[in-house]
Unconditional design. Structure first.
Length: 346
């Protein structure tokens, strides 16, 4: 089978690039038995210009767009499939409430409307839509009018070959908290920083951050206001190898997101044997007994971090479940089944 996988920016293969991570995991599985090509655009350019290089895709049995907005800019005689993450673009209140500046709100609203248009166009350009969760499926149906029989559910998956327990040579004397992903108000980083401020009165503590800082999130300003600059270490973009190290070297992974389409990092942390404190999100529904769920206030986050620090977690059981249902192998098998069904129906 000849398959074209459409991703975003070629150089973004690490923290904060969920779409590319999903496509790269799929590529890792499919390339073992099929002819697969990764085709990249550039989603740091303005939306429309960024996706134009995709164009006409020829010579493949099937085309898989990593996101619906990519599918809006491709055409092919072969069946086109896309992965759908969430309908946040149809809920401006989710994003607009994270800034008080009028100029920021205007930019966000315009950007979301453009992307919403592209997502709708992409979804209707595809023969099949893969929702990453039940929540995503409802979003595709309710916000974009996708027929339910056109949708299948396959979670993004975890690369268990990369994210795994490793021997830590030196154990920190401090309580090390870790977060990876987009560093923004949407991800609750402002709440996490205030929780660290509360906790520093009780424990010697350090917070590690990895990922892209949202241009509208004033991280340095908040750190200065809370006098936390010396307590926070920022790693920027990192490789998956480095990410695995940080999961293993930290005591607790904390992800207090206000909105999450899925939430892969908590499962990666569990696969590494690291305790997790997070808000309620689609990814951790099957893993509630292994994580500590928190309400979204600094006080609640601080209290749950302390609670998680003392909690006993059966990491072997958590990892076994991830390997069985969410590994690259498990997700790859599910996608390949859909591909074959599409080719048969063509």
């Amino acid at each position: 089978m000849k398959i074209a996988l459409i991703a975003g920016e070629k150089g973004i293969k690490c923290v904060g690039s969920g779409i590319n991570s999903t496509i790269n995991r799929l590529y890792k599985y499919l390339k073992k038995g099929h002819e697969v090509k990764l085709i990249y655009g550039n989603y740091f350019l303005p939306n429309i210009l960024g996706y134009l290089p995709f164009g006409q895709i020829k010579g493949y049995d099937l085309v898989h767009a990593g996101a619906p907005e990519f599918a809006a800019f491709i055409s092919s005689s072969a069946p086109i499939i896309t992965t759908f993450y969430d309908d946040g673009m149809c809920q401006p209140s989710i994003y607009l409430k994270f800034t008080n500046k009028f100029s920021h709100k205007l930019i966000l609203r315009i950007n979301k409307e453009i992307v919403k248009f592209l997502i709708k166009r992409g979804l209707h350009n595809c023969m099949k839509v893969i929702a990453i969760s039940e929540q995503a499926k409802r979003g595709a149906i309710n916000s974009f009018g996708v027929a339910k029989e056109k949708i299948a559910i396959i979670p993004p998956g975890i690369d268990t070959d990369v994210f795994k327990p490793m021997k830590v040579m030196e154990k920190n004397t401090k309580l090390i908290l870790f977060f990876c992903g987009g560093i923004s108000k949407k991800k609750g980083i402002d709440l996490l920083l205030k929780a660290v401020k509360i906790l520093e009165k009780e424990k010697e503590i350090e917070l590690w951050l990895a990922g892209m800082i949202h241009p509208m999130f004033p991280l340095k300003k908040i750190l200065a206001q809370l006098n936390l600059t010396s307590k926070v270490k920022y790693f920027g973009f990192i490789s998956n190898k480095k990410l695995n190290q940080l999961y293993n070297q930290s005591d607790i992974f904390v992800m207090p997101s206000r909105f999450e389409g899925y939430g892969i990092p908590p499962l990666e942390a569990l696969a590494c044997g690291t305790k997790v404190v997070c808000s309620l999100m689609p990814s951790i529904e099957p893993f509630k007994k292994f994580v500590t769920i928190t309400e979204l206030t600094p006080k609640a986050i601080a209290e749950n971090i302390l609670k998680a620090h003392e909690k006993q977690v059966n990491f072997k059981q958590a990892r076994a479940k991830i390997e069985k249902d969410y590994s690259v192998q498990a997700i790859g098998v599910s996608y390949l089944k859909i591909y074959k069904e599409m080719l048969y129906a063509k």
